[in-house]
Design a protein around this ligand. Structure first.
Ligand SMILES: C[S@@+](CC[C@H](N)C(=O)[O-])C[C@H]1O[C@@H](n2cnc3c(N)ncnc32)[C@H](O)[C@@H]1O
Length: 231
């Protein structure tokens, strides 16, 4: 976390810029959806001006210096669709189950100490039939990139992210069905994963006790998109 206190003043002009294509790709997709959006690890809020105004966006992050930048951006651009920017741990989200129609985490899973726990939390706060969207770097098993990732690994704490991070670590959740996987610029370094949270008899009952919108409709859209899977 200390790494991000140091990154905050230069983040937008450095990693923030390199990561912009993936961020735009994910937000364009979310803009076609409706309802409440939770952005986990919102950082300096680079994505916030891109969300369409029909969405209600909440951002959380653990780093106060990054959050200050995000709040300044919300004020400066009068982003009325951003409901709250909160200091919170992605591994212990302080929201009720089934609170958001879309939950997105961009460039966060390689930064947090327990990515599996974070994914469990993203699933928990997403409505049944809603979507969990991740944009991240995933490491390779072979080739020059795998070699580079291994070489960078000892410096993970200093650079603020874990270069060795296999995608399979995020594939174990029974109620999250992968509906699309896209390799992103630059050079396929990043990947977008789009999951639908299954509507099971248990999650459907839970949803009926919650007023987040469009869950059941979203479930049928998600089903239809399975055929778009890019693997
Ligand atoms: C690489 S930055 C990505 C920021 C933003 N998502 C973007 O697209 O530019 C990673 C962010 O995750 C935040 N972060 C790290 N650990 C966290 C945690 N446990 N809970 C919430 N946010 C965390 C960092 O403070 C940082 O803002």
């Amino acid at each position: 976390m200390r790494a991000y206190a140091r990154w905050a003043p230069i983040y937008d002009a450095t990693f923030g810029m390199i990561a912009d294509y993936g961020r735009r790709h994910a937000v364009d997709l979310i803009n076609k959806r409706h309802g409440r959006v939770l952005e986990v690890g919102v950082g300096t809020g680079m994505s916030l001006p891109r969300y369409k105004r029909h969405l209600k966006v909440t951002g959380i992050d653990l780093c106060p210096q990054m959050l200050d930048k995000a709040r300044t951006r919300v004020d400066k651009h009068k982003l009325d669709h951003v409901e709250e920017i909160l200091e919170m741990d992605a591994g212990a989200l302080e929201f009720e189950d089934n609170s958001f129609d879309t939950v997105v985490a961009m460039y966060v899973m390689t930064v947090v100490p327990e990515p599996e726990k974070v994914l469990e939390e993203l699933e928990r706060v997403c409505v049944p039939g809603g979507e969990v969207i991740l944009v991240n770097h995933f490491s390779q098993d072979h080739g020059p990139r795998a070699w580079m990732e291994k070489a960078l690994s000892p410096f993970a704490a200093a650079i603020g992210w874990r270069p060795e991070f296999p995608l399979k670590r995020l594939m174990g959740r029974k109620n999250l069905r992968l509906i699309r996987r896209v390799a992103l610029r630059p050079l396929g370094l990043f990947t977008m994963l789009r999951f639908a949270k299954e509507v099971t008899p248990t999650t459907e009952t839970a949803y009926r006790h919650n007023d987040a919108s469009s869950a059941i409709a979203a479930a049928s859209v998600a089903k239809a998109q399975t055929s778009d899977l890019h693997l």
